[in-house]
Write a protein that binds this ligand. Structure first.
Ligand SMILES: Nc1ncnc2c1ncn2[C@@H]1O[C@H](COP(=O)(O)OP(=O)(O)OP(=O)(O)O)[C@@H](O)[C@H]1O
Length: 366
């Protein structure tokens, strides 16, 4: 098994004030982030948000218009790609079709002038790491898509880079294989102790695999945090809408609130409901309120938001109710199975409620 020496900082990456323009497009717009050695960081965002451009700048295939990139404390911003010693795996299989699996994996070592015997030993070791030791003599075309991607990973780690850069490496695989590979790569990364920067537009993939996720939109870093922080404490409306499912309301703050304080929000469709202020809110300030479907509850009675059930979707582990609020707004409410929470049938009128801590109020900038 191939492992890296622990306790070294050589695999840390610091991105400072990175800017990259393509004509009028600011593909990367002043992004700063620190990636710890041995960390699995996902760059997540919609198409065109700048993920690949950041990865290419780390790899040395794009040079920035401003900012710096440090690898293990060393400024590598202007270093050519071949002097950065980073492993790379891309979306499409990039194996040499006329070489055997073992030759493919040994190739980067050959390019580095390493002798035949050592090449073979290290290639076998890398092949064992990705659990394909029996496949060394095959041609790439004789492997499944998932196996080919594993060979690509073995080839990327065979020269023991400190950092592995991956750009949508699983997007060509079918769903089941993709989910298996997510766990496998995560496991492998932990075992070798390598730093991984992983580009994806698939939020489930990012949340499943990464220690931390950096969410990008229009070239700007929206938030970086552990999957749980992003889901439970989104800092921007974009993150609240991009990660997981969210009900949104527009309204105004009924009172002033400091950041993190409870606030009453007067919803545009009617009703005054509690939330937590994500940033300071002036009284009467415009607000977007965000609430996860599983935090929306059917209240036992009393105060709340009036709504009618329009659809009930049973999915085994949970039931999702589609609701229409009195103001016309469509909502989703999720009831986990076995939680003993009140349910309701299609057509039924219900009162909805939630805790202030469960709803987030974002200030709307005019
Ligand atoms: N070589 C280039 N020339 C011109 N524009 C570019 C170039 N590369 C990227 N862009 C533009 O920069 C922006 C960011 O692109 P980038 O590929 O980094 O996004 P992404 O988040 O990786 O998107 P995707 O998920 O679609 O790959 C986009 O608007 C894109 O059109």
């Amino acid at each position: 098994m191939l492992t890296l020496d622990p306790g070294r900082n050589a695999g840390s990456i610091a991105i400072e004030g990175l800017v990259k323009r393509f004509g009028p497009v600011r593909a990367v717009d002043d992004v700063s982030l620190d990636i710890r050695a041995g960390e699995f960081l996902a760059l997540l965002g919609p198409s065109g948000s700048g993920k690949t451009t950041i990865l290419m700048a780390i790899a040395g295939f794009e040079y920035p218009d401003a900012g710096r990139i440090l690898l293990g404390g060393e400024d590598i911003t202007w270093l050519p790609p071949n002097r950065r010693n980073l492993g790379m795996v891309f979306q499409r299989y990039t194996l040499f079709p006329h070489m055997s699996v073992l030759e493919n994996i040994a190739f980067p070592l050959k390019m580095r002038g390493i002798g035949r015997a050592e090449r073979e030993e290290r290639a076998r070791d890398a092949l064992r790491t990705v659990q394909l030791e029996q496949m060394g003599a095959r041609q790439p075309a004789q492997l499944s898509g998932g196996q080919q991607q594993r060979v690509a990973i073995a080839r990327a780690i065979v020269y023991r880079p400190r950092v592995l850069l991956m750009d949508e490496p699983l997007s060509a695989l079918d769903k089941k294989l993709r989910e298996e590979m997510q766990i496998e790569i995560k496991h492998l990364q932990r075992e070798i102790g390598i730093t991984v920067v992983f580009v994806t537009h698939d939020q489930t993939e990012a949340l499943t695999m990464a220690d931390r996720v950096a969410v990008l939109d229009h070239g700007r870093l929206q938030q970086i945090g552990a999957p749980r922080d992003l889901y439970e404490a989104p800092q921007t409306e974009f993150v609240a809408g991009f990660i997981g499912e969210t009900n949104f309301w527009s309204g105004t703050a009924a009172i002033a609130a400091a950041r993190g304080e409870a606030v009453a929000v007067r919803l545009d469709g009617g009703g005054v409901m509690p939330a937590t202020a994500v940033s300071p809110l002036p009284p009467g300030g415009r607000v977007r309120l965000a609430l996860r479907p599983e935090r929306l509850r059917i209240a036992a009675g009393g105060e709340g938001l009036e709504a009618r059930v329009t659809e009930a979707i049973y999915a085994g582990n949970a039931t999702t109710l589609m609701l229409q609020a009195a103001g016309g707004q469509m909502l989703r409410l999720r009831i986990p199975a076995g939680a003993g929470l009140p349910e309701a049938a299609v057509g039924e009128a219900v009162t909805l409620g939630w805790q202030a801590a469960d709803a987030r109020a974002f200030a709307v900038t005019p």
